[in-house]
Design a protein around this ligand. Structure first.
Ligand SMILES: Nc1ncnc2c1ncn2[C@@H]1O[C@H](COP(=O)(O)OP(=O)(O)OP(=O)(O)O)[C@@H](O)[C@H]1O
Ligand SMILES: [Mg+2]
Length: 453
């Protein structure tokens, strides 16, 4: 599909006639209607005039290029404006063509060339993505002291076959850590098999893990290979291990000790070379004390414990995580959202996040979908989060944070650093971004000893 943007009807129609044999043609007469079309349909190519009624062609190209799957953009310039054209290429246009001497065969050739170029580039990005996801940690965001220590542990244990017990409240990222350990381990070429232990009744869980022979129980029509066998050479992640019943606890204990087991309904002993990762949001030590979880199994699992702190105890990570999630959802939904307003970010920092990172992601996804402009504001946040905001007082939100806990202060410091970076050190601009006066910013730079920035 090809989009032609030009305010002159004769040019639009002329180009349509020339190109409609090869492409599915759409026409727009200004930038706004072009953007509407671009957001609704997926175009391979956009051909736009530089001179458009309200917004010039170059601005349109920049916006088109921020879409998740941007079209190839070719700028049509007036004859003789070479300089402008070169600048346009530097700014994101894929090619330009002088309008006065528009030759259709040449235009066709240039479209084809730009398309080929884009194809090559997208092959490169998917290659890079594959490499990224292989290096598991790149998807884990976190700069707080606890997170850094935790990521170091992850890297250290990844290379061995040690059993790792991952602890933490719901939504803190236990599964993500398990995936990172597997991906960073020498086993990453072999499968990572995830078993949600709480999802199955005990009898089924046993056959799920160890497999069963045909006829082992009513309904066992076929022989079934268990998860441990399936994961041969790889990793098994036992999620919600705190929920398994005593009978399976015994069998698991044996498997952890000897890596041997029998399929349900068979007496043939088998072995499987798998690494075990386990996770729970229960306090396993307390379960042991209460007699619900075997102590010996607990010690077998607890070789290297990794404890994920709840999000409310590492709020410094919020200003880092939130923009990553925002960009991800903006890209996924083709929304031009790029940031948070200062008071929206303050609200995210104040909230206690009982659902942890999962809740943060969900709130941001919703906000991005609701957002009409380019920044997520308080309005788009769920009420529970907004309500943490005290009624409007004379103090700016940043001031209120200033009186808050240490974590909040640290978060404010991060916000200031980010705003300064984004404004290339321009303090007036940074203060504006932060929604505070230049004077307040100066005072805060002094307080946080950031005057060198
Ligand atoms: N440090 C992090 N960086 C980026 N994303 C994260 C991080 N921690 C968690 N997430 C994201 O938060 C969501 C919840 O994480 P995950 O499913 O791993 O939590 P969990 O601890 O297994 O929760 P549950 O106990 O409810 O199963 C996922 O979408 C995950 O990608
Ligand atoms: Mg989980």
């Amino acid at each position: 599909m090809l989009l032609i943007v030009d305010d002159e009807k004769s040019t639009r129609e002329g180009l349509r006639t020339a190109l409609e044999d090869k492409y599915d043609i759409y026409l727009a007469e200004d930038a706004a209607s072009a953007m509407d079309l671009l957001e609704r349909e997926r175009f391979e190519v956009m051909l736009t005039d530089f001179r458009l009624p309200n917004e010039d062609g170059m601005k349109l190209i920049r916006r088109a290029k921020s879409l998740s799957r941007p079209p190839v953009c070719i700028l049509m310039t007036a004859y003789g404006s070479e300089e402008l054209a070169v600048e346009a290429m530097r700014d994101g246009a894929d090619d330009y063509i002088a309008k006065g001497r528009l030759q259709i065969p040449e235009l066709e050739m240039r479209i084809a060339r730009a398309l080929r170029q884009q194809e090559l580039e997208s092959e490169n990005t998917s290659l890079r993505k594959a490499v990224d996801s292989k290096f598991g940690l790149s998807r884990l965001v976190g700069e707080s002291r606890v997170m850094k220590e935790l990521l170091e542990t992850v890297e250290q244990v990844a290379s061995s076959k040690t059993t790792v017990l991952i602890l933490g409240e719901s939504g803190t990222g236990k599964e993500l850590i398990a995936k990172a350990i597997h991906q960073l381990s020498p086993r990453s070429r072999n499968p990572l098999v995830v078993v949600h232990c709480a999802a199955l009744p005990p009898a089924l869980l046993e056959s799920e893990l160890f497999g069963h022979e045909k006829g082992a129980f009513t309904g066992a029509h076929e022989r079934r290979v268990g998860r441990f066998e399936q994961a041969q050479g790889g990793t098994v992640f036992l999620d919600e291990i705190g929920e398994i019943d005593q009978n399976i606890q015994v069998k698991l204990l044996r498997f952890l000790g000897e890596r041997t087991f029998e399929r349900v309904g068979s007496n043939k002993t088998q072995t499987a070379d798998v690494r075990i990762l386990a996770a729970t949001n229960r306090d396993l030590a307390a379960e042991v004390r209460a007699g619900r979880f075997r102590e010996d199994l607990f010690y077998r699992l607890n070789v290297v414990p990794i404890k994920l702190p709840p999000l409310r105890e590492r709020k410094e990570d919020i200003p880092l995580m939130a923009p990553v999630f925002l960009k991800e959802f903006a890209r996924e939904n083709d929304k031009p959202v790029v940031d948070f307003t200062v008071d929206a970010m303050e609200a995210l920092l104040k909230y206690s996040w009982p659902g942890n990172v999962r809740e943060l992601r969900a709130a941001i996804e919703r906000a991005v979908l609701l957002c009409r402009g380019d920044r997520v504001s308080l309005r788009e946040l769920p009420e529970s989060i907004r309500n943490m905001e005290p009624p409007a007082t004379s103090a700016s939100p940043a001031e209120v944070v200033g009186q808050g806990s240490l974590a909040l202060k640290d978060a404010e410091k991060q916000l200031i650093i980010r705003a300064l970076k984004e404004s290339d050190g321009n303090r007036t601009l940074a203060a504006e971004k932060l929604g505070m006066s230049r004077r307040t910013l100066h005072r805060k730079l002094h307080t946080y000893q950031l005057e060198h920035l």
